[in-house]
Design a protein around this ligand. Structure first.
Ligand SMILES: [Zn+2]
Length: 900
């Protein structure tokens, strides 16, 4: 579904209508400006950005507010300022929507265009008036004060005064408070801190207090604002020392936990950061179970909330983080986040497991994420699975018990039994990676590579943290492509090949090359034909095959390989000077200077396979007399011994054109056109062709040419894929989790871009790869690959996957012989994704083990859900726990009887 707007008109105009704007790339305005004919080439009018503007109205020159639901590529493109200026110069219009480039992240700096700056709702304590401030999240607290003072006309000297004294707390004329959820959280005081570092959120409140006659207004925000306040528990008052970021004083923190079973944890000193809203009131409420608090949405953070709820409801992780784990925090690990992620996650988990059902705002956790994983910040929707992968990995590094990773040389496993090799690999892995995440979430799989040439078998054992399973229909696709001979040596022929659905253009080229036995001195050039012309060349080998739709017509030209790049000749066909017909032919001109005569002879050669028999007869007879022209010698197509005179032949015998034909001349009117196939001009034989240029010519077919050549070979190109006749268009068939797992484990050739270096051949080979499960973890995370991403397209599959809630038995997939453990799992959480891309929504289902009940965690809303409702096509990441094998009934318990 493409939204039609000015930019798409412009793309058509310049002939770049490739479907969609490349995702995640910023348009530079210089790509593909030529070379492709356009389907509709009207010059677009004024630039019109009004579809981006909130309520559609704006005043020129003002800071314009944009809609919150915009998606890059679909609704807008980002262009550099210089490009915008050019656009404006050429087309006029507007409005201009300038955006800042901001740098984010601590360990990994990342530059992002801030499409959505922060919206802060400023409450003035003097009259309770409200106003909205739009400001970059990378702006400093200092800048915020500046803006607020200007807005409220706080005297310049006071403002200066204030900034001067800002860090000393003395003589302040104005204060701004973090007033999230209408509660005074902290005074914003660290002037060089960014708003993001201060954990300020989209649309949150901030409170302005101004000193009046040397006095501060008292009590504001504690009891005077009414409605909102009644919903949130009152925060215990904090001293200004705490606010200043100094050492945290005793603040009821550890006493909060004393009401629960996990007391005496001694973590108070470790955790200087506190999650908002942590308070005594909710933890001391009796009779209310933990684990049922929702998470407030902080602006498209449902992906985060969904992932957090799944992890927090993972029983062994909950148990771990509720105990004192401070000894295990690894602050030195260069791969970790100085323990900050583990601390922030632990805090959040503790908060969610303290009793109470008040929705909680995970602002500090989100702040840590923005710090260490800026890829998950911004106002866009992100992928809950990617976040889960990041969190599991980050928590592991922050909690890695190994402080100094030993170097262990990998030994050659040749000849040893798999069991021994697997155990050794696992020992090696554990010597370097030892954390609760490894204990709980990591398993091991066996990977077998076989060289297709020498048969060398290589077996490795690798750890995994989750299984990323393809949905079977997404694995491969068949594609039909018609191959043309660029040397005119044979007729075009359609080939159907099977390729990996997530493969690239080069994979298709490779498959076609194999199918048509491409010679080593040839290349394949792929092109899309639309409306009898080449709409685009598929020249970037790394482009995703998903860019090719099933209803497109793709052709491949076999062309000679060349070092310097030959002049490409594209031949289009036209019928009687009117409309385009057939399929364009592509060939290459020779090396060295080329003339109009060379074009003629190249076209002539290309048409050879299309000749009707009568033509053969005539030319053969003639060329034998005249010793042949260069263009005729190549004809090696056998002549029929029977009388070649056809109906056409008879007609032609009497035709005036006969002489021209038999002399080896092209009967066609041949025109040269511009890049778009327009402005035809007759080609003079002595005209020169500039080297390296691509040349487009137009053949005009009249009855005579139709008589001589059979153009039907150029018609009726097959589509890439034509759905076969189906009996009934029924609801898409459900697939089982097992078939996804089998698709994941099945033997498959490696893609051409991840070839394997065969130690025996000493060459890179496209080996076959087979995976087997070897060691299964206690917690098995299963990711269903519903999303496919490519340069231009994102796609989501809504296929219903039938997964067991109980008794997921994986025994038959576990290949280790000695392993007698149970491989039966039970589901305890699901991360769901609803709707399409970008604008979709995440939630989580999780089971409360104590209650043996399922709940739906939809941001701040938590509601019970029955077990038979949780299996839906929204299921995206599944969380299973291994079932503990109970001693069989009737047998005496092991604990009481000594083993014999
Ligand atoms: Zn080999």
């Amino acid at each position: 579904m493409k939204v039609k707007w000015w930019f798409t008109d412009w793309q058509k105009y310049i002939g770049q209508d490739t479907g969609d704007y490349p995702i995640g790339e910023h348009y530079t305005g210089s790509q593909h400006l030529n070379g492709v004919p356009s389907k509709a080439a009207d010059r677009p009018g004024h630039i019109d950005n009004s579809h981006l503007v909130l309520n559609g109205d704006y005043n020129e020159g003002e800071d314009v507010e944009i809609l919150r639901t915009l998606e890059e590529g679909r609704d807008y493109v980002l262009v550099p300022l210089e490009v915008w200026k050019k656009f404006l110069d050429w087309y006029k219009g507007g409005p201009a929507l300038p955006r800042k480039l901001i740098s984010q992240g601590v360990l990994h700096k990342k530059f992002n265009v801030e499409v959505y700056p922060l919206f802060l709702n400023l409450v003035d304590s003097r009259d309770n008036s409200q106003s909205v401030i739009r400001i970059s999240k990378e702006a400093s607290i200092h800048e915020l004060y500046d803006r607020v003072c200007k807005l409220h006309e706080i005297e310049q000297e006071k403002a200066c005064h204030m900034i001067f004294f800002i860090s000393s707390f003395l003589n302040l004329q104005a204060h701004i408070w973090d007033y999230f959820n209408k509660r005074k959280h902290s005074m914003l005081t660290v002037s060089n801190q960014t708003l993001e570092e201060a954990n300020l959120q989209m649309d949150q409140d901030i409170l302005l207090e101004v000193q009046l006659d040397g006095y501060w207004p008292s009590g504001f925000g504690m009891d005077s604002t009414g409605n909102e306040l009644a919903l949130v528990p009152i925060e215990p008052s904090r001293s200004s020392v705490t606010i200043a970021g100094g050492p945290t004083l005793s603040n009821g923190y550890s006493t909060g936990f004393s009401s629960n079973s996990y007391q005496g944890n001694g973590l108070g000193s470790v955790f200087a950061d506190k999650e908002d809203g942590y308070d005594l009131l909710s933890t001391t409420t009796k009779g209310d179970r933990g684990g049922l608090a929702g998470l407030q949405n902080l602006g498209n953070t449902c992906f985060m909330n969904s992932a957090i709820q799944c992890l927090v409801h993972t029983p062994p992780l909950a148990e771990y983080f509720l105990q004192d784990y401070s000894e295990e925090i690894n602050k030195q690990n260069p791969l970790g986040m100085h323990g900050e992620l583990a601390i922030a996650f632990g805090e959040l988990l503790r908060r969610l497991w303290s009793s109470g059902r008040t929705p909680f705002a995970p602002r500090i956790f989100k702040g840590k994420l923005a710090r260490f994983a800026p890829q998950f910040s911004g106002y866009n929707q992100h992928d809950s699975q990617e976040l889960l992968a990041f969190l599991l990995d980050g928590l592991h590094e922050d909690l890695n018990r190994v402080k100094q990773k030993p170097y262990i040389e990998t030994k050659d496993a040749n000849g040893l039994p798999d069991e021994d090799v697997a155990d050794e690999c696992w020992e090696y892995h554990k010597a370097r990676n030892d954390s609760v995440i490894v204990d709980v979430c990591q398993g091991q799989y066996k990977s077998t590579l076989v060289c297709p040439v020498c048969g060398k078998v290589s077996v490795t054992f690798d750890p995994f943290m989750y299984l990323s399973l393809p949905l079977p229909s997404t694995v491969t696709r068949t594609m039909t492509v018609t191959i043309f001979y660029g040397d005119g040596s044979a007729l075009p022929m359609p080939y159907t090949v099977t390729v990996l659905k997530d493969g690239h253009y080069k994979d298709l080229s490779q498959a076609l090359s194999n199918a048509c036995c491409l010679k080593s001195d040839e290349n394949i050039l792929l092109a899309e034909v639309y409306d009898h012309r080449i709409y685009r060349y598929l020249e970037n080998p790394l482009d995703q095959l998903s860019l090719i739709r099933d209803d497109e017509h793709i052709v491949a030209y076999r062309l000679p390989k060349s070092k310097e790049g030959l002049t490409r000749l594209e031949i289009n066909h036209q019928c009687k000077g009117k409309k385009f017909m057939g399929t364009p032919l592509v060939t290459c001109l020779g090396e060295g200077p080329q003339t109009g005569a060379d074009i003629h002879s190249a076209v002539h050669k290309m048409l050879v396979p299309l000749r009707r028999k009568a033509y053969f007869f005539l030319t053969q007879e003639h060329t034998s007399k005249e010793n042949g022209s260069a263009s005729e010698i190549d004809v090696d197509r056998p002549l029929n011994s029977c009388n070649p005179q056809s109906e056409f032949g008879n007609q032609l015998m009497n035709n005036m054109e006969l002489k021209q034909i038999s002399s080896g001349e092209l009967p066609f009117q041949l025109y040269r056109t511009d890049e778009r196939g327009l402005n035809p001009s007759f080609i003079e034989k002595d005209s020169l062709v500039r080297h390296g240029q691509s040349v487009k010519v137009l053949l005009d077919w009249s009855d005579v040419e139709h008589g001589l050549y059979d153009a039907s070979y150029l018609e009726d190109l097959p589509e890439v894929y034509k759905a076969v006749f189906t009996v009934k268009k029924t609801r898409q068939e459900a697939i089982s989790l097992f078939s996804c797992l089998e698709a994941f484990l099945k033997e498959e050739p490696l893609g051409p871009d991840d070839m394997w270096y065969c130690p025996s051949c000493k060459q890179h080979r496209q080996a076959t790869k087979k995976l087997d499960l070897w060691r299964l973890p206690e917690i098995l995370v299963v990711h269903l690959k519903r999303f496919s991403y490519s340069r231009y397209l994102k796609n989501k599959l809504d296929t219903f996957v039938n997964f067991p809630i109980r008794n997921l038995d994986l025994s038959k997939y576990v290949k280790s012989k000695g392993d007698t453990h149970s491989h039966v799992y039970e589901l305890y959480a699901i991360s769901n994704h609803y709707g399409g891309l970008g604008g979709g929504h995440y939630s989580a289902y999780a089971k409360l083990m104590e209650e043996n009940r399922w709940y739906h965690f939809d941001d701040s809303h938590v509601s019970p859900v029955s077990e038979d409702e949780i299996r839906t096509s929204a299921a995206y990441v599944l969380f299973y726990q291994k079932v503990k094998v109970e001693p069989e009934i009737g047998e005496p318990s092991q604990a009481h009887s000594p083993s014999c």
